[in-house]
Ligand binder design. Structure first.
Ligand code: 3AM
Length: 180
């Protein structure tokens, strides 16, 4: 079985801007810059046949390049945050691509959660507590005006995720051009 997800890769300049943002916040378990991405759909463990069917479906997607605007800092998990992320401005092209990707993955036999899509780039997967949480809230508020230079992303990729022993390892299995 292969643990897989579909995401937009981020150009080096964006990952550098995000790494600088990480260092402006009180984060301990930082996502390494080479692991930063914008998840479109998490697929979980897939057998080879399902992976192949999902790949076929993704190859058939026609969609235009995405203009990504990263702006502001947020957390998931309400009062007890479990991760910290850079916010991504929502947009109709991004929503449409996410919907196509999720549909293709489901048609291929993968189970994709139907919760609403909140585009983001995870910066840390720690659970900030006590003073760290307060500093994070203050830092996040102070950085609500943070912006990365807008970028154009011209492909999306199917990734394999290997966990265990330190940070996850993400390997692109295939990438698909956004030229539609
Ligand atoms: O882009 P982010 O970091 O939000 O959190 C995992 C990461 O998303 C998410 O899939 C992306 C690549 O690993 N992920 C991991 N396990 C998950 C699960 N069980 C999950 N998303 C939903 N359900």
């Amino acid at each position: 079985m292969i643990r897989a997800f579909i995401a937009l890769p981020l150009p080096g300049e964006t990952r550098e801007a995000l790494a600088m943002l990480q260092h402006m916040l009180p984060l301990s378990r930082r996502v390494p810059p080479e692991n930063m991405h914008l998840t479109l759909a998490f697929l979980g463990d897939l057998d080879d046949e399902t992976l192949e069917a999902v790949h076929d479906g993704l190859q058939a997607i026609a969609a235009p390049p995405i203009e990504l605007k990263l702006a502001g800092v947020g957390t998931f998990g309400g009062d007890k945050p479990r991760s910290v992320h850079a916010q991504v401005a929502p947009g109709p092209e991004l929503d449409a691509l996410q919907a196509k990707v999720a549909r293709a993955a489901r048609s291929g036999g993968a189970q994709v959660a139907s919760r609403s899509f909140v585009p983001h780039v995870t910066l840390s997967r720690e659970r900030p507590r006590g003073p760290d949480l307060m500093r994070l809230e203050q830092g996040g508020a102070a950085l609500s005006g943070w912006r990365a230079p807008p970028v154009r992303v011209e492909e999306f990729c199917l990734y394999r995720s290997d966990l265990g022993g330190g940070p996850a390892r993400y390997t692109p299995l295939a990438c698909y051009p956004l030229t539609g």
